[in-house]
Design a protein around this ligand. Sequence first.
Ligand SMILES: Nc1ncnc2c1ncn2[C@@H]1O[C@H](COP(=O)(O)OS(=O)(=O)O)[C@@H](OP(=O)(O)O)[C@H]1O
Length: 507
Amino acid sequence: MQRHLGTGQQPVQDASQMHIGPSGLCLVREEQQLQLNTLEPVNTLRHSATGSTGSGQHYPLSPSSSVGTPTATVSVVPVAAAAPDVEAPAAADHQQQQQQLVEHPSTKRNASWKFVNYCIIPLALPLLAAWWLLALLLAAAATFSIWPSLLLARRLYWACPFIPCIWAKLAREQGALAAWLLRLQFEGAHCVTVLGRLLSLPLRPHLPAFYILGFPKCGTTSLASYLRAHPGISGISGMPGHEAFGKESHFFGGMLGRGAASSATLYRSSFPTIMTRWWAEVVRGVPRWLCFDACPTYACLPYMAARAKALTPNAKLVVMVRDPAAGVFSAETMLRNMGVDLPWSLSTPLAHGTDAAGHSSDPRFQFPADADEFWQHLQRLGPEEPLPEDMPQRFYTHLHSYLMAGRFADRLQPWLDAFGPDNLLLVDYKQFVAQPEATVRQVLTFVGADISRYSFKQQAARMVGQYKGARMHPEVAGWLHANWFADSNAAIARMLAGGKPQPEAWP
Ligand SMILES: Nc1ncnc2c1ncn2[C@@H]1O[C@H](COP(=O)(O)OS(=O)(=O)O)[C@@H](OP(=O)(O)O)[C@H]1O
């Protein structure tokens, strides 16, 4: 049975009537202290802001909803304005930052690491290295017995159902043998990676200090790559030579199994060993080593915030945003290029036009009756519960999921509820593209890394879409903006503007 979801959500209100749910979300500059309440679901928001703009002026936004959301004091600043002098940070600033790093609560909590770093690890280094090598050898040997590869691949393919489509496409284009060999190599490498990590689990006590949570197709791969160039920052202990699986753990997406996506022990296996930290802190002398997971689907699915909070209560969250219509089209293009047979496309005009109220009867936007129920189920899913059997398949192939994921303001709400606005940094894709160095330095400051140790080198864009002439149809783009994303976009735009009305960030 089909249900019409022409407007996607509630009727869109004028953007100026939207009350932002803001923005610890943005960055830190002392002279722009703003008092903002946490983000409310945009459909329920009403304008209540009174304030002033400009440096040094207070901009109180009182809670407007009947829910009575608590207020939080956060600091907001446009990325460029907050960028430090990238060439030569003043000595005083550096000293102050070092002081902050030393006083950072997690640094204090981890003081025992000093003892481990300077006494235990140097003494045990040969033993640790031998253990790590043995783990890799055993993992490689086990991989030859095929069964673990098949088991792990099966779990991975469940979590990332687009991968088998790549093999099928390869077989069609390059022949069965080539596809089979590549598949064998991929599954073998995945098995060695995962088993090697599990066998060396006692050497892996770390969970992420921060996440690049999202959103998909918003430049997260590039940002992750810039951050990994910092001597004190590591990503996941991913599959060597594989860009996406070197960056995204897919752990909360069920990469190790539907029932395993809540285990702190298993999640630890995704991150580097104590030797990596030792190398950074002792050999390279960075004051504080950090690791992160950059899985951009984490922001999209409503059950993930509670899991991340349970496992990493003090983590920082970095979220990249872009025009969601462009993001959805980029995702469609990527999946199509992988050979995924999507039963919808945003390149063709609306099939039956729209009625006076703006509703579209286009079959692409008629969603199954249980589409909303599916999202509500994900929202209710407890942090320990196994993931629903059909979750990844629906998430990666249903247009409804893409459109829900593109309502960024709604998707960020569970993260704000769990971690608070001070711990979430919103990064505008446009800003990142225009000023990558300033943006990266700002992210580094936000996550508590020592920016004086960072030397910026321009990198090529990553995960660039191969559109092959395909283009989103402007009618569809306009309709999506008006009917699905307008209220969410307005809220996000105001967050990016530090609370000032700026309803036209996208398109
Ligand atoms: N440095 C830089 N400058 C400009 N654009 C950039 C840059 N890095 C990544 N990109 C664009 O970001 C899109 C890929 O985003 P992600 O890396 O987040 O994709 S993914 O979700 O991890 O698959 C993808 O967008 P599309 O090309 O529209 O598909 C990339 O081209």
